[in-house]
Design a protein around this ligand. Structure first.
Ligand code: TEU
Ligand code: CA
Length: 622
């Protein structure tokens, strides 16, 4: 854990106001920004077909503005057979009729822009749909000009294997169960698909593929979108020899990830993309790379502004701590010390160079309050506490739709209640090839399956939560009767109102965006504690002439009272040791909390009530 008290090195941030003839773009603008993720299928349905759509989103723009977010990241709305809910794209330059039209998208873009928000699109270019014309051509013959746009390999020598089975070119498994290879009758070869068989991987070694992707990205930026969230972008460079992966005991397939995660040419490709797509565009854009398995060391390289790759990455370490061997079907209890150790290491690793993204959830993860908080008695308190803890780390926070309402995991019944290809395929494989019972598999997949996060946004207490007038594509959580936006938007004590406050704090308080981060109490199993510090602006007489600002953030991750000792030389300063906190020597103000009354505390201790969050602010001399 970082114990040093050095000031954060601040990049040159231009405070100059824009003028008509000279556009100044603040390169670090996204430090102050909060991003809201929309999973369109589950957001709001305008036409009663049970599936969320673009007009539905447009009808909720005032809601987003009220929440105060700066950027909307829209999960895929492109033409798609919907094998993986739109992450299988058959036309990158059109909108799927399920969701609307290009004209609707323009209206959405304009509606966001006119409210001061930006639009970030999902970019899914590790793979296309097998129905994309590129793949249709590629599979048509071995000498088709697009043959080499994908990964085709002949069957492996295996005398026992019949045609198309057991002769896969290597032993890799797909993320959605089964082998990562599909045999194609037309040419008698296999193609690689790290995800579903309807998601063939593009061959980024081929410069024509890269050029086609960059052209498409430029087309979108020219149409006014403000950036991209890049799906599994660290999978695009593969070891071209595609070697077998290690096969763990009890597993059906080898683990190919060392051969495609952050592969040999990944930095080269992302830098090239930057030059071909982003360089020279002077409006503020956002690029965030989704990167399963990325390490802190690599993330520094990906996000160092001087290297011109991406602004930030989504790392996966903290969302793998509550499972055995990173296997989401083998959930286990999370230890708070593991969470602090992991997030603290990311804070420290990207303190000087690079930038963090911050998230508890998204469309692939369980609901934050069910996973990290308490979705029973303390649902509201813990949802608020989690918001405060996450958003006050150093980095750009992401809010996943419904998180701002404290939406919870869904309790599904039979496997037929699920919709996600990942969970359906896993259930089939586990009950057939691995010999587990239906009940065992259902119990194991309940906590972390992706459909937890994909139930519709709960707008009101009506039958389908105000999401649709028809039959929703996936069940609405019955707790919409009391967990819903209508109840919360104008209620000052709601989770929604708390998110508004936390988001507003980032905009008004520079230490939230720019301050450095010091983890405190790393060994405490119940209390999450850290300090943020920002030196005051240097005056003419030199640095340190004006007071700086510090925040002390305390969160109780338990349902019992917890008392924290405040001792030593000041909020965990280096001299006092990182494990100690102190309030007494300086006047500190409680600026944010999730209980109506301040509660107990003396100069020497603070007692946190169940799931309590307390944020203190003080000025200090530099
Ligand atoms: O997810 C990539 C990814 O690695 C996972 O988080 C994935 O959800 C998988 O479940 C691992 O268990 C991205 C998208 O966010 C996801 O929705 C897509 O299904 C996937 O890529 C393929 O495009
Ligand atoms: Ca619809």
């Amino acid at each position: 854990m970082t114990t040093h008290a050095e000031p954060a090195t601040e990049p040159p941030v231009s405070e100059a106001a824009d003028t008509d003839d000279e556009v100044t773009t603040d390169p670090g603008w996204f430090r102050k920004a909060v991003v809201y993720q929309i999973y369109p299928r589950s957001f709001a349905d305008s036409n009663g077909d049970g599936i969320g759509d673009l007009p539905g989103i447009i009808s909720k723009l005032d809601y987003l503005q009220k929440l105060g977010v700066d950027v909307v990241w829209l999960s895929p709305i492109y033409t798609s057979p919907q094998d993986d809910n739109g992450y299988d794209i058959s036309n990158y330059r059109d909108v799927d009729p399920l969701f609307g039209t290009l004209a609707d998208l323009k209206k959405l873009t304009d509606g966001l822009h006119s409210r001061g928000m930006k639009l970030v699109m999902d970019l899914v270019v590790n793979h296309t749909s097998d129905e994309h014309p590129w793949f249709v051509e590629s599979r048509s013959s071995k000498d088709n000009p697009k043959r080499d746009w994908y990964w085709w390999r002949p069957p492996r020598e295996n005398p026992e294997a019949g045609p198309g089975s057991g002769a896969e070119p290597n032993n890799w498994g797909s993320a959605f169960s089964g082998p990562a290879w599909e045999f194609d009758q037309v040419t008698g070869e296999y193609y690689l698909h790290l995800f579903s068989r309807k998601q063939p991987d593009l061959n980024w070694e081929n410069p024509e593929v890269r050029a086609a992707v960059y052209e498409m990205m430029n087309w979108w930026l020219d149409r006014g979108v403000d950036g991209f969230r890049m799906d599994v972008i660290n999978f695009i460079s593969k070891d071209t020899s595609l070697p077998d992966g290690l096969k763990a005991e009890g597993m059906l397939f080898g683990d190919g990830s060392p051969h495609f995660m952050s592969g040999p040419r990944i930095h080269e490709f992302l830098h090239e993309m930057h030059l071909e797509v982003f360089a020279g565009r002077d409006k503020p854009l956002l690029t965030v790379g989704e990167m399963p398995g990325v390490t802190v060391e690599d993330a520094v390289l990906f996000t160092d502004p001087a290297r011109r790759e991406v602004d930030m990455v989504f790392q996966f370490e903290h969302v793998a701590l509550d499972q055995e061997d990173g296997n989401k079907w083998r959930p286990r209890k999370l230890r708070l010390t593991d969470l602090k150790q992991s997030l603290g290491r990311w804070q420290e690793g990207l303190a000087e160079r690079g930038w963090n993204s911050l998230y508890w959830g998204n469309h692939d993860q369980a609901r934050a309050v069910s996973r990290f908080g308490d979705d029973g008695q303390y649902r509201e308190l813990s949802a608020k506490m989690l918001a405060g803890i996450l958003h006050l780390h150093r980095g750009t926070p992401y809010v996943y739709q419904g998180e701002e309402l404290g939406m919870t995991n869904m309790s599904f019944g039979a496997i037929s209640d699920y919709r996600d290809i990942e969970v359906l395929n896993h259930h089939r494989e586990a009950t057939t090839h691995l010999g587990h019972t239906d009940a065992e598999v259902l119990a194991a997949l309940a906590p972390l399956n992706r459909d937890n996060a994909r139930t519709p946004v709960q707008w009101d207490a009506s039958r389908h939560g105000g999401f649709t007038t028809g039959a929703p594509w996936i069940a609405v959580n019955p707790n919409t009767s009391h967990v819903n936006a209508a109840e919360q938007v104008d209620n000052p004590d709601s989770v929604f109102s708390f998110y508004r406050k936390v988001i507003a704090l980032r905009h008004s308080e520079p230490v939230v965006a720019d301050g450095d981060f010091t983890m405190l109490l790393p060994d405490d199993e119940h209390v999450y504690a850290f300090r943020r510090s920002l030196l005051g602006p240097a005056s003419a007489s030199g640095a340190g002439a004006t007071p700086g600002v510090q925040l002390l953030v305390l969160g109780n991750f338990s349902g019992e009272d917890r008392t924290v000792e405040l001792d030593g030389g000041g909020w965990g300063d280096a001299e006092a040791g990182a494990a100690e906190l102190e309030l007494g020597h300086y006047p500190a103000e409680l600026i944010l909390g999730n209980y109506p009354h301040d509660g107990a505390g003396t100069h020497d201790t603070v007692t946190l009530r169940p799931w309590e969050l307390k944020v203190f602010r003080r000025q200090h001399n530099n």
